[in-house]
Design a protein around this ligand. Sequence first.
Ligand code: GLA
Length: 460
Amino acid sequence: MRRGGRIKKLAAILTCAGMVFATVSCGADGSAQNDSAETVQTAEAETAETTEEGNVAEEQEAAPETGSEQETGQDAQQDPQAWEWDAADEETLRCAFAKGFGGRAGVCVPMAALSDAARMEIVKGQFNSVTMENEMKPDSLLGDKPNIGEDGFPVLSFTVPDMMMKEIKAYNDSVEKEGRKLMVRGHVLVWHSQTPEWFFHEEYNVDKPYVDQQTMLARMESYIRQVMEHYEGADSPYQGMIYAWDVVNEAVNDTDGGMRTDSSWFRVFNSSDFVEQAFVYANRYAPAHIKLFYNDYNDTNPKKADGICRLIEQIKANPEARIDGMGMQGHYDMDFSDVLFKQAAQKYAAVVDEIQITELDLKASRGFDGENTEEEYRKQAEVYKSLYDAVKSLKQEGVPITAIVFWGTDDRHSWLQSANAAGGSADGTRVQCPLLFDKDYEKKPAFWAFVDDSKLEAAE
Ligand code: GLA
């Protein structure tokens, strides 16, 4: 019965996904992160049944020109200050960010959003960078159960993210202006979370010991190679759509800036070497136009920022590795300090070429009970304005922030509405209002903090 339900759900998703970019509503789904995670598994299960080995063989033929520059118009894509706008773009985040600090406006989108026309209107109307919420993560590509190829490595399944890539591509092909196209931030290759435990064990069996380091490195290399071949190979329809990858997520701890130890990656290596190697393999297989990022939360904490910078220095000392950017996740709260933010960004800018805020949201004030939204929205707009002022002033002093990505379109669908153990999470006991659009998809004062703060003052 469960299986039948899953098949039906997948069919509905596929139908809706195909329709939404033609702005036909399939009804609100009301889902947040957990639901979209279920969607990933649903389609994964279905893929294993319907495609067998056929599509994998085709995918593997598409080998990229590894490590080489591919001329797919990236220069124009990479320079927001060169983009042209018209009147329809005036009150949008993408136009404001291009003019305000020369960066992209990004948003996290789960598969479920594709069937929500109102949410997709916000995505298409405001942004030019998309991060998939769960669909490109290791547990999505590897699946629940290992599917081992002839070479002895897990064969990745791209069916779920590709449903999204296909829709994004169709949309991009339909818009002319460069600044309106939705470029993709790949998220994420190497992470202790949302990676199946079997990936780390002998014979891909959780009851067996961890593999040795050489075996784990070979698995990591195969994983990264398959991802890059699939998206950047000469025959890939998605070539050039991904402009950055989070190569490693959250490897540093929150106490002294050393390595996080509650991680199967760390348990296998007992050192930071796997982080360095991930950037070696990413550099080996990713074309040069894709920016390679380290990404982490609690990113304004001085000790953690120092630890991250030490790790970045280790990566940079390896001539075979490449790291271009630091992703400050930006899961902040109402105690946000623009001073600490600027200090941390300055530290990162000393070791990498660019910084992006990759998962921005704001947890509500401690006393907020969901009632006095006007007051809370006003305070929130002030905090967001202080952050945006800091971004613009950093830009003036030469600290290159190249994107601000919000972790969701609207308050209804934020991951902060439910309990989560991830860094920067909420406990699920209080209503949250972390984003720029409210639960009914209306613009909040926080939106104007980024787009036109004179409207903010007028509203006071
Ligand atoms: C971390 C990850 C994101 C997401 C959030 C919680 O920040 O990087 O992918 O899982 O946790 O939604």
